[in-house]
Design a binder for this molecule. Sequence first.
Ligand code: GLN
Length: 190
Amino acid sequence: MKIGVLALQGDFREHKQMLEALGVEAVEVRLPKHLTGVHGLIAPGGESTTIGKLAAEYGLDEAIRERYACGELAVWGTCAGAIWMAQEIIGYPDQPRLGLMPIAVRRNAYGRQVESFEEDLEIQGLDRPFHAVFIRAPVIERVGEGVEVLARHGDRVVFVQQDRLWASSFHPELTGDTRLHARFVELARG
Ligand code: GLN
């Protein structure tokens, strides 16, 4: 079982470490050929414009969409990665993106005063709260048909699933709690 971590920009190393802590083989994905044998892909936090531009430049987004359409790939976008997953990025119509999920996200939705914070979240399917780190986080303002909400922060949607796609506003790779990574590996195993 191989899980890829999109390694164009952002904190992909921390995701790799989480997977390795679970005993899962983690590979850095920079080019379409790195997707060979990979059944799940995690897109990290970072800067979503940069990630989107580089992924388009390397032909990765096209390759990922194809593999997903064939049912061969699960994809999880975290923070900037979640923005990259969205069909609509509010206020940034031209930003390059993977665009697989029918969701509308707002970048930097918490504004300047509260750029970063941590919060214990109730997440569907987890028996106890997950300590989530939000860093200049987006929120998911609208979800399309077939998209299930897995977690909210107050009344804001911060974690969604559609089939084998996940998008989370927060960073799940910074606290050493491997429960979500373990669940994603199960989703990828499908
Ligand atoms: N604010 C960043 C963006 O819009 C995302 C921040 C993050 O990934 N921690 O791309």
